[in-house]
Design a protein around this ligand. Structure first.
Ligand SMILES: *Cc1c(COP(=O)(O)O)cnc(C)c1O
Length: 420
């Protein structure tokens, strides 16, 4: 039994058995009860890309801590937030020039949605208040984020309370799909936008990989079509890169698999390397400029208490420095090759398919029962992994050593081949 005082996420508190206690983190390792060492295969929900207890990140954080840990951004400003915003503009695709901070990915998604609605309202278009998104998408757990999502695991209990918008199927054919294979998806998108464009404020999607929505990978060509058609039917294009950003798909941002720059890009999770909760909604000047005017009402009406928190900004800035200085894209490339070698050819009667992109490796099973008790099995073998639904996946910290990565993939495969 779990302690009933602390209410855990996505957990049936009545039946869950006691969770392991983390006593320390170091590099790619977590140390659980009584110093048991396990290798972290999940980067704490895609966030701890540098592993744990990183000296440079620790030092950036301590330095800021001794200066001031927080100050409101309403009516005051500070260097950490200004520098971090500048750095984000520098690393995101050209054209994304303005950064609005918030405290979590879900809130940053809400910010993108509110911005989209007000963007149109400021131009007199008050009927554009709905959203288009993809089937199987996950965009966060707050209310509107749930409404634009389509992931039954997260929303089942709220279906009756949700005011849903419009959805399109996840594009078919995987990463290498051709224009011809995607024709039906392009047509469906055009039909949707020509019928409903007048009431849709924005089309939001995770570029290239729908992560928590089930690791569905699709072609960059779809992003081209989305960009062209959104422009044609006057709908804003929003990329949710909360999970895909910061190298996870093999590019700094998943958008870079194409040459499309969205109107709005949402960042979170690895933005602060797992040190503190922070997120950013980054926009083109076209969006930002629609909020300029002489009236207060035209300004963007949002302001989380902890937006631009100096500790988050200081550690986020250092995280990007380390990412670039130590050529993390190269490290990610090595992870991709190892994951491909290990998983691409793996076959088993219970396994439907395997998928690898960037630093994500997935074994998808036919029946989710195949994965029950995997978590305990992996812990016994010194690996921290937590499958969900039909997906046994790893998204390791980028600093992981080859030997430890092999330990993760071997544990994933052994579960099927030498069950004990
Ligand atoms: C995790 C996630 C979110 C929500 O971020 P939180 O920080 O958990 O609120 C939004 N979008 C995507 C794609 C995510 O993976």
């Amino acid at each position: 039994m779990l302690d009933n005082t602390l209410w855990y996420p996505y957990t049936q508190m009545k039946t869950a058995t006691k969770y392991p206690t983390v006593e320390k983190g170091q590099g790619e390792f977590l140390y659980l009860d009584d110093e048991k060492e396990v290798v972290d295969g999940l980067s704490s929900w895609w966030s701890t890309i540098h592993g744990y207890n990183h000296p440079k990140l620790n030092s950036a954080l301590s330095k800021q801590l001794l200066n001031f840990s927080h100050v409101m951004l309403g009516g005051l400003t500070h260097q950490p937030a200004e520098n971090f915003a500048k750095k984000i503009v520098e690393i995101t695709p050209a054209g994304l020039n303005h950064v609005f901070f918030s405290d979590s990915g879900s809130v940053a998604v809400e910010v993108a949605l509110k911005m989209s609605i007000q963007y149109w309202a400021n131009q007199g278009e008050v009927n554009k208040v709905k959203f288009l998104s993809l089937r199987n998408s996950y965009h966060g757990d707050t209310f509107k984020a749930m409404e634009i999502g389509d992931d039954s695991d997260f929303q089942e209990s709220f279906q009756h309370a949700l005011n849903k918008g419009f959805y399109l199927n996840t594009p078919t054919g995987g990463f290498n799909a051709t224009e011809t294979e995607l024709k039906d998806d392009f047509d469906a998108l055009e039909r949707m936008l020509s019928n409903h464009g007048h009431e849709i404020a924005a089309f939001i999607l995770e570029p290239i990989v729908q992560c928590a929505g089930g690791f569905k990978i699709y072609s960059p060509l779809y992003l081209n079509a989305a960009s062209r058609l959104c422009e044609k039917y006057k709908v804003l294009l929003v990329f949710d890169e909360v999970a895909t950003g910061f190298g996870r798909t093999g590019k700094f941002f998943a958008a870079e698999h194409s040459d499309i720059v969205p109107d709005i890009m949402v960042l979170g999770k690895a933005l602060t390397a797992g040190y503190l909760g922070h997120a950013a909604t980054v926009t083109k000047s076209k969006v930002f400029n629609a909020f300029l005017g002489t009236s207060y009402e035209q300004a963007f009406m949002h302001g989380p208490t902890f937006m631009g928190n100096p500790l988050s900004c200081a550690v986020g800035l250092e995280s990007i420095e380390v990412f670039n200085d130590e050529n993390y894209l190269n490290k990610i490339n090595h992870i991709t090759s190892t994951l491909k070698n290990e998983l691409n050819h793996f076959k088993h009667p219970e396994v439907l398919c395997t998928k690898v992109i960037g630093a994500i490796g997935v074994i998808e099973v036919k029946d989710q029962e195949s994965l029950s008790n995997f978590r305990e099995y992996a812990l016994q073998h010194g690996v921290w992994l937590r499958p969900f639904g039909k997906y046994l996946y790893t998204a390791p910290p980028y600093i992981i050593g080859e030997k430890q990565l092999l330990k993760i993939t071997t544990t994933m495969k052994n579960w099927f081949t030498i069950k004990t």
